[in-house]
Design a protein around this ligand. Structure first.
Ligand code: FAD
Ligand code: FES
Ligand code: FES
Length: 1330
């Protein structure tokens, strides 16, 4: 019997951070916080150093990251290389390591980001380019991005842009907005222009790094953020070779059955088909494990457990492909990526009429999951999993596919039909059978096959509804001879609409048939009201909308000249096919996934600025290269410490309940469990009375922490959590929604109110009044690095070192101090960098326990004159605060303070309240209430504009601000040709019935900072060492926003020393105490002032020495200063901007300054599916950054926050809860942040020409949050498109699209004959939206 580690000796080559999972029963290698020692000799190759190992080896590599653990985010992407026995070539493919069982890697080479390149040895061009193109911010997603791109280049050294999009489709990034990542990838593409100037002239940086250019006019505008010439070329001959030992092994394959035993699981890998079939008799219940993309997630989320796993990976018969004149047979073991290539090959070889089914499958294979999953998942696994959302099964089912089965007894064939998909025993495999291959016949003449899917995002999202459709006509006619329609996502299994199809046989392909088909389909494909996933009306609408698309597609094909010409006219029976109006043809188009284009503009630095002065230049993120090589250390990557223990949290399963008892006895008995900590164990304070750290007596939401298990391993701690028994008694009331909270008067704090003028009187005098309601959904942080903390207690004096991912280490320090009753001075918090925001919360628990952005419900009443001038505005808002106060009061205040946005309305009343509900406490989130509140204001302005015309926005803006700074920014003609495009949009809309374009522009006045002076103070500590090197420390935290880079730019300018002489190690409460949270877009600003102060103090001290030896070097001066006993260390301090707010009087000066900006977006909406895309057209953003400290970083912040805002307003559907308050949305499967395909196709960002604001450091402005709200331009553009569709359909215009404008909401708002058919049978929703 072999162990897992012996397997490694058999031939897995590794370059990674993996270790055998603590829970060896998993037989998984998952990336873990602690790179560990592999216990026995292993004959693998370490690509980074090409070591052959004969003794235990510490694999201390940190690149591969762990986030969702379910294959959905791509952070753990690595490249696997295998010898393909069929093609006899080496196959390189990307995989998500979190789903790869170690045993499946027999004979494979694994390359992680460390094997690709390193800053210590040589950077790979992919790593260099992603960093220098500013494609990294927090850097947590970067190694995964690098590995996806690297694998692409191993297979296609000059990829097409389409291949680039496909390769990155499975990688999520929450920071950058993807544009710079794609820009870096595009530099490898064959058709890449490379220059962002896009042929509009010479780039300013062509003059060399830091070159100056003159001020005045367009020549001062730079459009290149990096210099492409600097990039080292890609040389494919320099890539790592496939280990010769593995090649030899592949050429003489081991035929023996290999068996590997874990604690609870046995993995059996037979070497021959015969052995596999015998094993299947012996272990009939054992699943065949191929890609593990079904089994893996089911084990993780549903706890499915299989004691024996059979791996057919070494059986080459399962990868065979054969063709006949009738069809194609594909081995069940082929991956979906291979299937895609095979089908593409057949499509290019065969006439179109024979490849209808292959084309339909290919369409889905481009969109199904991400590239990594397609590389791992097998055709057999996909079919056999019979997921209700399966994209391929509906197409295979309608395409008359047959399954070739095999057992010891022999072979047989069964159809992949309705009964098989429903799992009927009579139509299924017998326990001892396996699926050997899949036969897909060619289509025939007069046969048409199509595939349709609609998901929240274009790629990497499970479809809401997916369909395969096939029709066969009687030769030369439009009479239906055979029809098959199959749907996924509308029931527990793929559904075949057999009855409807039968009834349509013999019918002509015309409108009456269409109507009848829709009626029959709605009858047959019925969804119960409580169907899992909800969205019943939407899904039913898609069922018929897809059929309509199919109808048009087929009609279009029938009308093709070639088709008709080849048929004798007599065969048409004297009839003609119905005409399709050109206006309807756009229903047939799919949105393409194309690499975005765009220009990023910023002001070049003053021609007199010294070349070595980095301020104002697009300097790369300090950690950019380390992010790209995986050498940047996050909390999880810190090496194991002696006697380390893990903590796992026990959380409440009830929304509002009394705790009757907590039984820890079973948990404490489990091996490795050290203790269970409850509220009684807390020596100090257990949080506030109404916001407990650990629950006492009662719980207020599902997910509230009740106690914590401490064990020797993470797996042991998690297992013990399962054994902790808590008895509850439910309490009333249980409140989830804002509406319920209002009903129960359940609020967290008093109402906040601001009022000016005489609102009531103004309402009496206006021409018109409009009232409305606005719902804005909440938002999950979805940071890629989930919450992590490592605490190291020191042996002396109760000291604690805490390594934590936080933006407020001083708050953590204070909280730990009060909880443990230890003075603050014994506790040191260290923050190196935060990749989002050792308790190590997996994404699932992170989403369960931590709150997010507050959902909002707002009511408005606006009074205006017929001219469009608004005279009175009254807005009342409620936010869902969850179960404790947290930051909800502050969020309410900010919301009210910022709500007026850019408008000057004389009679104004804003009121806001935070509701207390039985949900996890919502909290601060980028923009702090502004993105929600201002959406209400903009909705209200949009409602007035609908009555009085689009000039309403300009008419009601602050005019004085317009004149000084803002006017130029907001003139939409300047950058986005708003008015001419409005006309083009109208023209398009006239010509297209099923596609509508919308255009919107939103202005923004964003107030930066906190409403309290003390919150603006900041400190820094700068040391100069005797070799002249400088260590800078300040109170800000690196969250990916580039604060450390900016601080070095400041220090470099002040000390006149290059940034290469400088270093920032970390943020620590021991070096800079009593810091303020890095928040409110003010971090770089205030900390920059503190760094500046410290540097100026030091320079003052050095002045006499410099004066005495003006020709000396920096090192000479420092040496002299040391000799003269001059202190080379200084603390810098900034006392903060004056800011206050008196809520009693409703007066104050709460914010130090404003950021102005505007965005216009143009979108196209598919009225039949609700899909939308900022397509073919563009998003333009102009932002007033004054004098940007670093335009690359600032543009990165704008693009990243815009994309996050676009997610908030369009794709990030509210978290879904069960009626009991249990969170359903627990990962990337159920919660969709924007993916790479959601980036606007043209994305232009301009920083306005520099102006001066003496208040801030070097006149720069904080831009961290403001772009969030500009994402609403996409929302309003969608609303505009929907309004046009509704006007055309003669539906009342008074409607509001609820935010987020998901495909479902858009589809249902574009009401038409299909929605009408569905609405007849209204059903209650599945889960209440909160
Ligand atoms: C992040 C993510 C995103 C996804 N997105 C999509 C999507 O957009 N659309 C979609 O349709 N699907 C999607 N999927 C599902 C995916 O397509 C399936 O999970 C996959 O095809 C299963 O293949 P596998 O090889 O990994 O199966 P495994 O997990 O290895 O096995 C699954 C089952 O199939 C059985 N089996 C496998 N091979 C055979 C055989 N030869 N004979 C008999 N039984 C066999 C096994 O016994 C097991 O029960 C996604 C999955 C993930 C993880
Ligand atoms: S895909 Fe593996 S951690 Fe997300
Ligand atoms: S840089 Fe991509 S998640 Fe932060």
């Amino acid at each position: 019997m072999s162990s897992v580690t012996q397997l490694i000796r058999y031939g897995v080559a590794f370059t990674d951070t993996w270790r055998q999972a603590t829970d060896s029963s998993d037989l998984h290698l998952t990336p873990q916080r602690k790179p560990s020692w592999l216990e026995t000799p292993w004959g693998g190759h370490y690509h980074g150093g090409n070591l052959f190992l004969d003794r235990p080896f510490p694999v201390r590599l940190t690149g591969t990251k762990y986030a969702c653990g379910r294959g959905g985010c791509g952070a753990c992407t690595v490249m696997v290389s295998k010898h393909d026995p069929v093609s006899r070539k080496i196959r390189h493919f990307s995989v998500t390591a979190c789903l790869v069982p170690i045993c499946s890697l027999y004979g494979a080479a694994v390359t992680t980001v460390e094997g690709v390149g390193s800053i210590k040895t040589r950077l790979h061009p992919v790593q260099e380019r992603i960093a220098k193109s500013h494609g990294t911010q927090c850097g947590f997603c970067t190694p995964g991005m690098v590995m996806s791109m690297y694998t692409l280049l191993r297979n296609h050294p000059q990829p097409s842009e389409e291949q680039l999009m496909e390769a990155l489709g499975g990688n999520l990034c929450r920071c950058t907005g993807y544009r710079p990542i794609l820009e870096s990838g595009r530099t490898f593409c064959a058709e890449s222009s490379g220059c962002q100037q896009k042929g509009r002239g010479k780039c300013c940086l062509d003059q060399g790094e830091n070159a100056a250019s003159s001020l005045g006019g367009e020549s001062d505008i730079c459009t290149e953020l990096f210099a492409k010439d600097e990039f080292q070329p890609l040389d494919p001959t320099q890539e790592l070779i496939f280990p010769p030992e593995l090649l030899r092994m592949a050429e003489n394959p081991e035929k023996r059955t290999l068996t590997f035993h874990g604690e609870r699981v046995t993995w059996i890998s037979p070497g021959t088909l015969k052995d596999l079939l015998e094993l299947k008799v012996k272990h009939p219940d054992a699943p065949l494990i191929l890609g593990n993309t079904s089994l893996g997630p089911a084990k993780k989320s549903q706890g499915h457990f299989h004691p024996v796993l059979l791996s057919p990976a070494r059986i080459s018969e399962l990868s065979m492909v054969s063709t006949t004149s009738e069809g194609l047979t594909i081995g069940a073991g082929c991956s979906l990526a291979q299937v895609k290539d095979i089908l593409a090959g057949r499509v290019s070889e065969l006439p179109e009429e024979k490849t209808q089914t292959y084309r339909a499958l290919l369409k889905h294979l481009k969109r199904l999951a991400g590239q990594q999953i397609r590389n791992m998942a097998s055709l057999g696994g996909h079919i056999m999993s019979r997921h209700c959302y399966s994209d391929l099964n509906p197409v295979l089912a309608v395409g008359n596919t047959a399954l070739n089965l095999m057992s010891k007894e022999g072979t047989r064939q069964i159809p992949l039909d309705r009964d098989f998909l429903a799992g009927l025993a009579s139509a299924d495999l017998k326990p001892e059978e396996i699926l050997e291959s899949v036969y897909i016949p060619h289509s025939q003449r007069w046969e048409f096959v199509s595939a349709f899917r609609q998901a929240q995002c274009q790629q990497n999202a499970l479809a809401d509804v997916t369909a395969g459709m096939r029709v066969l006509f009687q030769e030369g006619t439009d009479t239906i001879e055979d029809l098959s329609l199959a749907y996924g996502g509308v029931g527990d299994a793929t559904i075949s609409a057999q009855k409807s199809c039968q009834q349509l046989l013999g019918r002509h392909w015309n409108e009456p048939m269409l109507d009848e088909a829709c009626r029959l389909l709605l009858d047959e494909v019925s969804l119960p009201g409580g169907a899992p996933g909800g969205s019943v009306e939407f899904k039913r609408t898609l069922v018929v909308s897809f059929f309509f698309k199919f109808y048009l597609e087929v009609l279009q094909e029938l009308k093709k000249p070639g088709k008709l010409l080849s048929v004798p006219v007599s065969a048409l029976d004297g009839r003609h096919f119905p005409e399709i109006s050109d206006r309807f043809l756009s229903a047939l188009e799919d949105f393409p996934a194309t690499v975005p284009q765009g220009v990023q503009r910023y002001q070049s630095v003053d021609s007199h600025q010294a070349l070595q002065d980095p301020v104002g230049r697009p300097i790369m993120h300090l950690s950019g290269l380390k992010h790209a090589t995986g050498e940047a250390i996050f909390c999880d990557d810190i090496p194991t410490v002696d006697k380390e223990l893990f903590m796992a949290l026990v959380t409440s399963t009830r929304a509002h309940a009394k705790i009757i008892s907590v039984d820890l006895s079973k948990a404490l008995e489990l091996p490795g469990v050290v203790d269970v900590i409850t509220a009684e164990d807390i020596p100090g304070t257990n949080g506030a009375e109404d916001d407990r750290l650990l629950a006492v007596d009662k719980v207020l939401c599902v997910g509230q922490i009740v106690c914590a298990v401490v064990a020797e391993t993470e797996a042991q701690a998690k297992r013990a959590v399962e054994e902790t028994k808590i008895a509850y008694e439910d309490l009333e009331p249980v409140i989830f929604t804002i509406e319920d909270a209002i009903k129960h008067s359940s609020f967290l704090c008093p109402e906040k109110k601001l009022e000016q003028g005489n609102v009531e009187k103004a309402f009496e005098e206006v021409d018109q009044i409009v009232e409305g309601e606005v719902h804005v959904g909440g938002q999950e942080h979805f940071y890629m690095e989930t919450q992590r903390v490592l605490v190291i207690p020191k042996t002396e004096d109760k000291e604690l070192d805490i390594y934590v991912s936080t933006q407020d280490p001083a708050h953590v320090q204070k909280t730990v101090s009060s909880t443990l009753d230890i003075p603050i001075n014994r506790i040191t918090c260290h923050v190196k960098r935060v990749g989002g925001g050792f308790v190590h919360l997996g994404l699932k628990n992170d989403m369960l326990i931590t709150g997010g952005r507050h959902p909002l419900f707002g009511k408005y009443k606006v009074g205006f004159m017929n001219s469009g001038r608004i005279r009175a505005l009254d807005i009342e808002c409620f936010i869902n605060g969850g179960c404790t106060l947290d930051d909800s009061e502050l969020v309410t205040e900010f919301l009210i303070l910022k709500m007026e946005n850019a408008y000057k309305i004389h009679n104004l009343r804003f009121r806001g309240r935070a509701c207390m509900t039985n949900l996890p406490s919502n909290t601060a989130f980028r923009g702090f209430g502004f993105p929600q509140g201002t959406l209400v204001t903009e909705s209200c302005i949009t409602a007035v504009a609908a009555k009085c015309g689009p000039s309403v926005r300009e008419k009601n803006m602050y005019k004085t601000v317009d004149k000084t700074i803002y006017k130029q920014a907001f003139n939409p003609d300047l950058k986005s040709s708003f008015h001419s495009r409005r006309m083009q949009v109208a023209e398009f809309n006239k010509k297209n019935y099923w596609r509508k374009r919308g255009l919107a522009v939103v202005p923004m006045k964003f107030s930066v900072g906190f409403a309290a002076t003390s919150f603006h103070q900041a400190a820094a500590l700068v040391h100069i060492y005797t070799d002249g090197s400088v260590l800078v420390t300040h109170g800000g935290n690196e969250l990916g926003q580039g604060i450390h880079t900016k601080m070095l730019q400041v220090a470099s300018r002040e000390l006149k020393v290059p940034t290469s002489h400088m270093h920032i190690c970390e943020t620590s409460t021991a070096t800079v105490p009593n810091t303020i949270a890095t928040a409110a877009s003010i971090g770089s600003d205030v900390n920059g002032r503190a760094v500046q102060n410290a540097c100026q103090i030091l320079l003052k001290r050095l002045e006499p020495i410099i004066k005495k030896n003006p020709e000396g070097t920096w090192e000479d001066w420092i040496e002299a200063a040391f000799e003269q006993r001059i202190s080379l260390s200084a603390t810098g301090y900034f006392r903060g901007y004056e800011a206050f707010m008196d809520w009693e009087k409703g007066e104050g000066d709460p914010f130090p300054y404003y950021v102005y900006g505007a965005a216009s977006s143009e979108v196209e909406v598919d009225c039949l599916t609700g899909a939308h895309k900022v397509k073919k057209i563009r998003t333009d953003i102009v932002m007033d950054a004054c004098c940007s400290l670093n335009p690359a970083i600032d543009i990165g912040q704008i693009e990243g926050s815009f994309t996050q805002g676009m997610g908030l307003y369009t794709t990030e559907e509210e978290l879904k809860y069960s009626p009991e308050g249990v969170l359903y949305s627990r990962g990337p499967d159920d919660y969709k942040i924007p993916t790479i395909t959601d980036v606007p196709e043209e994305f232009n960002v301009s920083l306005l020409p520099s102006s001066q604001t003496p208040l801030t450091i070097y006149s720069s402005k904080g831009l961290g949050e403001s772009g969030m709200f500009l994402g609403s331009s996409v929302f309003f553009a969608i609303a505009d498109a929907v309004a046009t569709a509704r006007r055309e359909r003669d539906i009342a215009e008074d409607f509001t699209v609820r935010s987020p404008a998901t495909p479902e909401r858009v589809r249902m708002a574009c009401a038409d004959r299909f929605t009408e058919m569905v609405r007849d049978s209204r059903l209650p929703p599945w889960a209440p939206p909160f």
